[in-house]
Design a protein around this ligand. Structure first.
Ligand SMILES: Nc1ncnc2c1ncn2[C@@H]1O[C@H](COP(=O)(O)OP(=O)(O)OP(=O)(O)O)[C@@H](O)[C@H]1O
Length: 249
């Protein structure tokens, strides 16, 4: 089944529900009562400065961390208890994900494709993401942009209903960044639910239907980029963010 197939039609309006999520590391309240929902087919952004709690939040979404409090539901399931079942339906490209240096592009896609119970045509994914010319190249010999593109293709090889992308374009040159934006927009067109973690306000503004601005483990503002901008009387999401930050001090 090609990715973005109509099977992604909404069964429920909400693909993700996070209520009063809390996660503490020692004395650090990394996530301190975060609540948000992501509708099916929506591209939802998590923005905030270093240490705001973005990665911890998405790690709870994909079952890599167990919350200390609150509830998380992804496609109606608790990721902390149903991580393996959800892995069939949720793709993730995480910060600093990597592969063995010598694995070849085609090999990686075939291997990741084999993790899914549903038949996955990894060759089609390779073609779709412009990776065919690199099929026999080793991961370690790819450029930063090519590596990123492969990691994204691996997150999508199982035709997921929900995709979590953490700092997708960090380190990419402007052309590779814009190209990646186009791919994320294609996901949206296909009806895939996307959670996008980013430091880049222009990226969040261009791609996200709604955004949660995190600061010190809490949601500081939430809404469409234009709502957040209007709510702060600023001209861009970046200015809105600094206005919110300033108001906090
Ligand atoms: N494994 C860990 N052990 C201890 N503290 C941690 C751990 N992971 C995160 N933290 C702390 O929790 C807080 C939130 O970190 P988190 O990585 O979730 O933030 P972030 O918004 O993703 O930051 P960045 O943009 O830098 O990736 C930070 O203060 C961080 O130092």
């Amino acid at each position: 089944m090609p990715y973005g197939s109509p099977s992604h039609d909404a069964l429920s309006m909400e693909a993700i529900e996070v209520r009063e999520l809390r996660k503490t590391y020692g004395g650090t309240h990394a996530v301190d009562g975060v609540t948000f929902t992501v509708r099916t087919g929506e591209t939802f952004g998590l923005v905030g400065h270093n240490g705001a709690g973005k990665t911890t939040t998405v790690e709870c979404l994909i079952g890599l961390r167990r919350p200390d409090g609150g509830t998380v539901r992804v496609l109606g399931e608790d990721p902390a208890r149903r991580r393996r079942a959800l892995a069939q339906r949720v793709g993730a490209q995480l910060q600093e994900s990597s592969l063995p240096e010598r694995i070849k592009v085609a090999e990686a896609l075939r291997m990741f494709g084999s993790f899914y119970k549903r038949a996955v045509d990894w060759r089609q994914v390779m073609e779709r993401w412009g990776l065919k010319p690199l099929a026999r190249k080793a991961f370690g010999d790819l450029s930063g942009g090519q590596k990123q593109r492969l990691m994204l293709a691996l997150a999508l090889v199982g035709d997921p209903e929900v995709v979590v992308l953490d700092e997708l374009t960090t380190g990419l040159d402007p052309i590779a960044r814009r190209e990646t934006w186009r791919l994320v927009k294609d996901l949206k067109t296909a009806g895939t639910t996307v959670v996008l973690v980013s430091h880049y306000f222009d990226e969040t503004e261009a791609l996200c239907d709604r955004v949660a601005v995190l600061a010190r483990g809490r949601v500081r503002a939430m809404g469409s980029p234009s709502e957040i901008i209007a709510g702060t009387g600023t001209a861009s999401l970046e200015e809105a963010y600094f206005a919110l930050e300033g108001a906090d001090r």
